[in-house]
Design a protein around this ligand. Sequence first.
Ligand code: 13P
Length: 252
Amino acid sequence: MPKPLFAGNWKLHKTVSEALELAGAIKSELDGLSEADVLICPPFTALKPVADLLAGSSILLGAQDFFWEDSGAYTGEVSAPLLKDVGCSHVIIGHSERREYFKETDEMINLKLKAALAAGLTPILCVGESLEKREHHVTKEFLSKQLTEDLKGVDREAAEGMVIAYEPIWAIGTGKTATPEIAGETQAFIRTLLADRFDRDLAEGMRIIYGGSAKPDNARALLAHPDVNGFLVGGASLKADSFVEIVRFSLL
Ligand code: 13P
């Protein structure tokens, strides 16, 4: 089973000084942890100062998004080489908030995925269904389509090491966490899709993490399912106490 990954997606929160305070507290509690990997994804403006603070620690740094071209006349954008330059090892791709508010399509997400892999950044590809899709019992069809389109043209060698985040939209920021049964069953299904798309070995080694109102009091039960290999935490990652508790309670 893959080693768990605990990732904090800070979204649009934290000034540089707030980010340094939070990252410092996380580092002092979780640096050197051997049972799991810990990753934080601050906003762009805080990446470099946080990278400097984390230097030499085991805490990993990721960005929340980027543009697929390396450089050029793309006002306002940030590329994979620029993220690597400031010390990022990971990048979140295809978060449902980007899909919804910034109209990112599966085609764009596929371009980002390939650009991240080509640059040597580990992508955390987010997939997940809306409440409407779940209630209409079309979650599996939807996830299958999303993964097929997002992974188009990605070869096995490149895919190794990437992370999938299952984030049911109805659970994000709502306080309604998926039950361990729902998360586990859906993530097991995602693993069968990966086995079909690549092969069994790769699918079994790939981390599939869960996101959507993950909290200290539900993390342990979710992580107990063999197909839940960690978390992408939003709200509860904005305070050191709750993020650290998620990690500690899960690993007890
Ligand atoms: P919440 O943990 O706030 O529900 O957010 C989940 C998420 O979107 C992580 O990417």
